[in-house]
Ligand binder design. Structure first.
Ligand SMILES: Cc1cc2nc3c(=O)[nH]c(=O)nc-3n(C[C@H](O)[C@H](O)[C@H](O)COP(=O)(O)OP(=O)(O)OC[C@H]3O[C@@H](n4cnc5c(N)ncnc54)[C@H](O)[C@@H]3O)c2cc1C
Length: 405
């Protein structure tokens, strides 16, 4: 039998997150964060106090031991509150990459970052992208070589979320670097994952980009110049970093989709309030079919997307807990969520902005923050749309149809 209901515990959890975000994250605060270009530290600590940070890691490691459905509830609520999506980004990179680091790391790394990140005392993120491109993971140039007991890392990582926050608050990144030369046809092999503290000697954060959206969280770049890390900072097995990276992307992508559901819901609610009030030709504009039909279409698609996202999160839980689905089956579903959700949410913001006329184009109206923020996930943070299509087509047609092989 199919049961589409959330558990009582999940309903109570949503209520608690909702109460928190209604109090701590009104739209005025989101605008202030967007203007100032920073997330107030107390908000992150608040997420920690609520048990929301890295919430899927086990309780014995400091997490809440939550499932991915519950994490998606948090993501939806945070996306609803911060439509600029800066705080949701900070939360979700920690939740997804913190999960992977915690799962495969040494006790030293767990002490150094995971146990701090769950309380909001450190940042943890992903640094995979390089100047030469982000989609082609196998082409990354960063390298790690073993010298005695230490690994020596060299290279550069670019377009990395949270570089300033990591510098200010402490913490670091899941990074991957080439550890073995590999034959071209299998060049994703030979990459190893490490935990890189941002304050390790030889790491230089040299750039903060002036992004178009999600202004409150930084996007930057850093160089690694003969950075020495002990073997305890290696995450998982030597030469197997690619697979861990894909696991992290899967978990990040499902949370992104849930954030987009929450943000699109907020946009529609803002829109409904407005079209009932705003009059043209003597009537509320919500009376005109040109507007209400678009609302109905968007609402119907939002409900379909929400169902897809939660079903996929449920599959992810079944994959981890019961091995009911394979990692590849779940990846395909998650790719579908990541492919659809950002573009859909972007379109909803665009529609609702147009209902607002000139007012919607101003910063007096909150909607433009959503349009700018969501665009980062259309562009490709945590993987572009074409990469999602490749994942889906690979599962539908077979590996021999991967276009770049
Ligand atoms: C705001 C923001 C924050 C980010 N944060 C992080 C972060 O925290 N950590 C991190 O590691 N990265 C981060 N990124 C980088 C992101 O992961 C990359 O932008 C993404 O992987 C794409 O890489 P690229 O930008 O180099 O584009 P490219 O890989 O150069 O791709 C360019 C275009 O070509 C298309 N393309 C590439 N290959 C194919 C193919 N085989 N078939 C069809 N089309 C193809 C892509 O879909 C895209 O449209 C962030 C990006 C943004 C915008």
């Amino acid at each position: 039998m199919v049961d589409f209901a959330f558990t009582e515990e999940q309903e109570l959890f949503r209520k608690a997150v909702r109460e928190w975000r209604e109090k701590e994250l009104p739209l005025e605060k989101v605008r202030e964060m967007d203007n100032k270009g920073e997330i107030p530290r107390e908000l992150v600590k608040g997420l920690g106090d609520l048990g929301l940070l890295l919430m899927t890691i086990p309780e014995e490691h400091g997490g809440a031991g939550s499932d991915w459905v519950t994490a998606c509830i948090a993501a939806e609520e945070l996306g609803y509150a911060d439509i600029s999506i800066a705080l949701p980004v900070l939360w979700l990179v920690g939740s997804s990459w913190g999960y992977v680091v915690d799962k495969y790391c040494s006790e030293q790394v767990r002490e150094a970052v995971i146990r701090k990140a769950v309380k909001g005392d450190a940042f943890i993120g992903i640094a995979s992208t390089e100047a030469g491109g982000g989609s082609d993971v196998a082409a990354f140039k960063s390298s790690a070589r073993k010298e005695g007991d230490m690994w020596v890392l060299n290279g550069e990582k670019l377009y990395i979320s949270g570089t300033e926050e990591a510098k200010k608050w402490g913490g670091g990144y899941f990074v991957i670097a080439r550890t073995s030369p590999a034959p071209p046809e299998a060049s994703h092999r030979g990459m190893t994952a490490f935990y890189l503290p941002i304050d390790a000697p030889g790491v230089e954060v040299y750039k903060r980009f002036e992004d178009m959206g999600r202004m409150a969280i930084s996007t930057g770049g850093f160089a690694m110049d003969n950075v020495k890390l002990p073997d305890s900072h290696r995450i998982g097995e030597i030469d197997k970093g690619f697979y861990l990276t894909m696991e992290g992307f899967d978990n990040a992508r499902i949370l992104i989709a849930a954030v987009c559901v929450g943000a699109a819901q907020r946009a529609l609610e803002i829109g409904m309030d407005y079209i009932k009030e705003r009059k043209a030709f003597g009537k509320p504009i919500g009376k005109f079919e040109g507007i209400q039909f678009e609302l109905a279409d968007d609402w119907a698609q939002l409900e379909a997307l929400r169902s897809l996202v939660y079903r996929t999160a449920w599959m992810n839980d079944k994959r981890y807990k019961e091995k009911k689905f394979s990692a590849l089956e779940v990846s395909r579903m998650i790719a579908a969520c990541k492919l659809i959700a950002p573009h859909f949410a972007f379109d909803v913001f665009k529609h609702v902005m147009l209902w607002h006329g000139a007012y919607g184009y101003t910063k007096e109206c909150p909607l433009e923050m959503g349009l700018r923020g969501i665009m980062s996930y259309c562009v490709g943070a945590e993987g572009t749309s074409n990469i999602q299509r490749i994942v889906i087509a690979r599962e539908l047609l077979g590996k021999e149809y991967i276009p770049y092989k």
